[in-house]
Write a protein that binds this ligand. Sequence first.
Ligand SMILES: Nc1ncnc2c1ncn2[C@@H]1O[C@H](COP(=O)(O)OP(=O)(O)OP(=O)(O)O)[C@@H](O)[C@H]1O
Length: 456
Amino acid sequence: MDEPFDLAVIVDDDPDIALAARLALRTLFKEIATLPSPQELPAFVTARSPDAILLDLNFERAATDGSEGLDYLGRIMAVDPEAAVVIITAHSAVSVAVEALKRGASDFVAKPWANERLAATVRSAAALRRSKLDTRLERDRTSELAHNGETPLLGQSEAMQRVKMLIDRSAPTDANVLILGENGTGKEIVAREIHRKSRRGKLPMVSIDLGATAEGLFESELFGHTKGAFTGAAGERIGRIKAADHSTLFLDEIGNLPLHLQPKLLTALEQREVVPVGANRAVGIDVRVIAATNLSEERLSDENRFRQDLLFRLNTIEIHLPPLRSRAEDIPQLINHYLRLYERKYDRPERSLPGEVMDPLTKHDWPGNVRALRHAAERAVIMADGGSYRLEDFPLPARPQGGAIPSLSGSLNLDQLERQMIERALRMHHFNISLAAGELGLSRGALYRRMEKHGL
Ligand SMILES: Nc1ncnc2c1ncn2[C@@H]1O[C@H](COP(=O)(O)OP(=O)(O)OP(=O)(O)O)[C@@H](O)[C@H]1O
């Protein structure tokens, strides 16, 4: 038996029907809610996003023509276009059911129903919704990445010129590339550039952020799984490696790949085939791998953390992205680029940046690298008034010298404490975002948002 879905809601003003439906569906869902009328349904859908909705179209007020229910159906589809709505209707009201299907309902059952048929109908509606949501997630991710891909790789420093040379040389080959650099130094942009300039560039690059993947999901995310391979594997899923067939696979934060899965990845790359979890046959793959990490070379060469045979598979070409503080000559170009970008985005006038403001910006050590610089430019555009930018428009925190971990000050202001804790965690982990987020019990995304809030 498949793992149950999370939540269904039954909307019916007849308590006996609601109870009968609840009994028919009880093994399919962990929770079943009932609403006596559809009035609260749009709010319920917005708040709880149920896996399936069982909606009776005939409420007392509108007796049999179903128009009230149809109205609500329209509103639900507007709040959740992927909603799985199964209509309950009287036997005689087939035309209403057909109208409901036109307006986005997944299916309908006529009263009185056979329990197995009701359960099967609701199950397939919920499963279809889930797969549509998966596809949408995938699409959103791809378009977000594609958007990032439009950012040009800026920087004329010697270090960046070498990076660009390595991109151009490695792109047309199928060699695996390992990109090393602190968080926010542009590793993802570099990966995109290599992919774009390669013969695989016409297909979308497939990425997986191993720093944001939940512990138990690494294996099935990477290799895929068969239906029922483990608890929760409701349907079959192709993994990211296979999804990247004939294209490029970008393994972000490769340093987070658990040791026990490293041999499996190595075998997949060596044999050019993957075995999905639960399968007993391998499927062939043709992928070019670009991996990135913020681990230092020293940490990466620690056999207890990272298998060296896998490292040698991945680092045929190594590209080091130096931290921004070591290529200060790139800072003015980056600042100007992002100021212009955000002036356009927020429809603000183009302001000048006097030398006495640029100077401290180039001397700042930018622990969050280009990502932090970009946020600082965005803030400055929002904060500025008058003819030119002032230093106060840029959120540059005063930083303790010497790299020591700051001790907590006596402040009991929560906001300040939060900021101090974040700074402390970041320093403790040498600005490795994944490790600092883990230390703080936050996701990477949540940590980035807070860093932005505090101008870190
Ligand atoms: N050389 C560059 N030119 C222009 N923009 C850059 C450059 N480097 C980084 N950026 C910008 O900085 C941000 C972070 O870049 P990116 O995501 O590529 O960094 P990353 O090293 O992959 O970060 P993380 O390790 O935290 O995932 C992006 O918004 C990107 O557009």
